[in-house]
Design a protein around this ligand. Structure first.
Ligand SMILES: [Zn+2]
Ligand SMILES: [Zn+2]
Length: 288
């Protein structure tokens, strides 16, 4: 069922980091910024506590405060904005685990993301979207500098994740392009890349995955376009994949970054609605 609103849809965002992980600001400062921007619904999604303290995941000892503070803010601001406690889970390829699943009962929704790959040589996890040397080390050591194998592996990890786990949103599903500025590593129009993308999106559709349109790469100057790339949104629409719109904000000024452009893009690609968390349930809201 699609909800139609009298005016342009209200603002919402479910991919929000803060000072407890690699973002900035307190939870309350972010709520106040959201209110000033006219948001009606906001979800927090700290990077889930991780096995090692790497500086970008939330520390395990901060988790109880995170949940308690969001609960407090829900009460304080209940007449003005809907607030939700979420987490951004990490998929670990060695074990097939979705790190953060153990907190599932304490949160309102989850984002599942593949940021990490297991670096065989050092037996540690390195990120595909963090410092460039982690990306190049993975490319060199795990894939003998074969970018085709690297990107294919990235999409196959996401396939494994959507097959094995339940979650509410798949995060930034073509994050592998983040370091591919000016197509320095690969041309996304080549058939091997298109094949990998198509195969992954078919699996995602089969498993009823909700994908986010994520403007965070643009907000931080890393990409010139949203995740997933516009041509992928056409495929998503054809496959009937539902989408939600998020900014992956690491500071509150980015909460609605490029939202009107993303709405226009979705309409242009044939989407008539997006999913929002409204009154505690995922619902479709018209964007046309
Ligand atoms: Zn992420
Ligand atoms: Zn994020």
């Amino acid at each position: 069922m699609i909800f139609f609103m009298d005016t342009h849809r209200d603002l919402s965002n479910y991919h929000t980091h803060c000072g407890l992980d690699d973002g900035h600001g307190t939870l309350e400062e972010i709520v106040q910024k959201a209110l000033s921007k006219g948001f009606s619904s906001l979800g927090f999604s700290c990077h889930t506590p991780f096995i090692v303290d790497d500086g970008w995941h939330m520390r395990k000892e901060d988790f109880p405060y995170y949940i308690e503070e969001i609960h407090r803010l829900k009460g304080v601001y209940k007449d003005r904005i809907e607030l939700y406690a979420g987490l951004e889970f990490d998929y670990l390829e060695e074990t097939g685990e979705l790190i953060g699943s153990e907190y599932r009962d304490m949160i309102d929704y989850s984002i599942a993301s593949v940021h990490l790959m297991f670096h065989k040589k050092s037996k540690t996890y390195l990120s595909v979207d963090g410092p460039i040397d982690e990306f190049t080390t993975l490319l060199h050591d795990n894939f003998s500098n074969d970018i085709t194998a690297f990107a294919n592996h990235y999409y196959s990890l996401q396939e494994k994740m959507v097959i094995a786990h339940k979650f509410d949103i798949l995060g930034h599903c073509d994050l592998i392009k983040k370091h591919n500025k000016e197509y320095i590593y690969f041309d996304p129009s080549t058939s091997w890349y298109q094949k990998a993308v198509n195969r992954f999106l078919k699996v995602a559709a089969k498993h009823h995955t909700r994908i986010e349109v994520n403007t965070g790469g643009m907000a931080r100057g890393a990409t010139k376009e949203v995740y997933p790339s516009p041509y992928m949104l056409s495929i998503c629409r054809d496959l009937g994949i539902p989408v939600t719109l998020n900014s992956d904000a690491h500071e509150s000024s980015q909460l609605d970054f490029f939202f009107s452009g993303a709405d226009d893009l979705l309409v242009q690609k044939g989407y008539k609605s997006i999913d929002v968390l409204y009154h505690g349930f995922w619902q479709e809201v018209s964007i046309v």
